[in-house]
Design a protein around this ligand. Structure first.
Ligand SMILES: C[S@@+](CC[C@H](N)C(=O)[O-])C[C@H]1O[C@@H](n2cnc3c(N)ncnc32)[C@H](O)[C@@H]1O
Length: 241
């Protein structure tokens, strides 16, 4: 184990290897176990606060009773959408939430643990094929952008800008050796699902540094905040008005 923990990759460029989660076909029960462990990782790494803080900025001044139409891309088990629902209701908004995810097993896992009263729509398919009935105010994603290659990320930025009326937020990882090493050690000791043990450190290596986001935003002619959040989340947010 020590030998494999000491292998040191190149952090100067994004890794290109695909994640097992995207390529291995496993049973629903196996995939759900992976998402359950990912939910633990998200709780430990405080995934939700950066997204909720962005939504607070975006909705500042909105009167109680306003509809908040939001889409979460690559929702996985849907935890972020349920957090957003509770957050929105607590602020007196009327959330209309949709998740878009390529993997049919995500929809099964998310729908099974979501109260029907939340009325969350689970759309199955590639985000670029999704045709919303009404444009969302905001598009969010978490641990999704690094699944795309560079051209895909640029297309995703343009797509979010064209799709969301009020703004968008990308919650992703910072490509840094500490994040990679720390997660590798933690996931091995915790014995999480093999996808999480393999894909977690690889996700860090597939992720971005701030200058890469700034360059892609400049290419797309967009201005957005690039912010680091403890521990090792690098998030990009744009409020249009
Ligand atoms: C690492 S999971 C993130 C799940 C969740 N957002 C979280 O933070 O735990 C990435 C998700 O993106 C989905 N995904 C990958 N490519 C996609 C695409 N082109 N369109 C929609 N969803 C996609 C995968 O199926 C997977 O559920």
């Amino acid at each position: 184990m020590l030998g494999s923990l000491l292998q040191w990759p190149d952090f100067s460029v994004r890794a290109q290897q695909p994640e097992w989660m995207d390529t291995e076909l496993v049973s629903q029960a196996d995939f759900t176990r992976c998402l359950d462990d990912l939910a633990v990782v998200n709780r430990l790494t405080r995934a939700a606060p950066p997204t909720l803080a962005f939504l607070a900025r975006l909705t500042a001044g909105w009167p109680a009773g306003s509809v908040l139409r939001l889409a979460d891309i690559g929702y996985g088990r849907g935890d972020m959408l349920r957090r957003v629902h509770r957050w929105a209701v607590a602020r007196g908004f009327r959330p209309e939430l949709t998740g878009v995810d390529l993997n049919p097993r995500s929809r099964v896992a998310a729908a099974a643990i979501t109260p029907a009263g939340m009325g969350i729509g689970w759309h199955e398919g590639d985000l670029f094929d999704w045709q919303p009935e009404a444009r969302p105010h905001v598009v969010i994603s978490a641990l999704f952008a690094h699944h795309l290659d560079d051209a895909g990320v640029r297309a995703f930025l343009r797509w979010m800008e064209a799709t969301a009326t009020d703004g968008w937020f990308v919650n992703d990882l910072h490509r840094h050796c500490f994040a990679w090493g720390g997660f590798r050690l933690l996931s091995t000791l915790a014995g999480w699902h093999r996808f999480v043990r393999h894909d977690g450190p690889l996700s860090v290596r597939r992720a971005f540094v701030a200058d890469e986001w700034r360059a892609m935003l400049a290419d797309a002619g967009l201005t957005a905040d690039v912010r680091w959040h403890l521990p090792f989340r690098l998030c990009v947010g744009r409020v249009k008005r």
